[in-house]
Design a protein around this ligand. Structure first.
Ligand code: GNR
Ligand code: NI
Length: 188
């Protein structure tokens, strides 16, 4: 097992569509283990292979409550996941992403989903999810399609984030941090 580097904006590999896995073999299981180790180290509640620059349809989740002492970790792995059904009912909840550090915004998504996938043994499974699990499943599945949570927010807010993370914008942003003598401090 190994902790892998999580790529962040503006890395274009986050926008690639991941390829289906033909067979859940030892190599895919090693990828699952690296994803879990990297997710726990971050820490995060989900991680898609796309985020460690591996364009394969593999993702992991652990949404177990940390404060619950009785419940231990609950690692979940999904290969070739697909949404079979999503509820009409939607809800807005704040999301974050390890590939977009330090940015959080409310995202509207279906409250419940049913997903089909292959498990660690390559066996086909179905899962009915709601709450944080349903939200995280959709967030991770988006990653496998090159979609980020900022694609679900207003264009104004998205453009602001993209500008902050693009190379020129990031430099500008660094120079505008409080304490520097820039336009904002001059106005204050
Ligand atoms: O750790 C994470 N927390 C989170 C919170 C709300 C909605 C989605 C997530 S997933 C995120 C980890 C991550 O970036 N997975 O792709
Ligand atoms: Ni993410």
């Amino acid at each position: 097992m190994a902790i892998r580097t999580i790529i962040t904006l503006p890395d274009k590999r986050l926008r690639q569509r991941a390829e289906p896995v033909a067979q859940v073999d030892a190599e895919v299981r090693a990828l699952m283990d690296d994803l879990l180790e990297t997710m726990y180290a971050a820490p995060g509640i989900g991680l898609a292979a796309t985020q460690i620059a591996v364009p394969k349809r593999v993702m992991v989740l652990d949404v177990a409550k940390r404060e619950d002492e009785n419940a231990g970790p609950n690692p979940m792995v999904f290969v070739n996941p697909e949404i079979l059904w999503s509820s009409e009912e939607t809800a807005a909840r704040e999301e974050g992403c390890l590939s977009i550090p330090e940015f959080f915004e409310e995202v509207v998504r279906p409250v419940s989903v049913h997903v089909g996938y292959l498990d660690r043994e390559g066996k086909r499974q179905e899962l009915e999810a709601e709450g944080i699990l349903a939200r995280c499943l959709q967030h991770e599945l988006d990653h496998l399609n090159g979609v980020l949570f900022i694609d679900h927010i207003s264009r104004l807010k998205r453009d602001r984030v993209l500008k902050k993370f693009n190379k020129a914008g990031k430099r500008e942003n660094e120079e505008r941090k409080p304490g520097r003598h820039d336009i904002e401090t001059e106005r204050a």
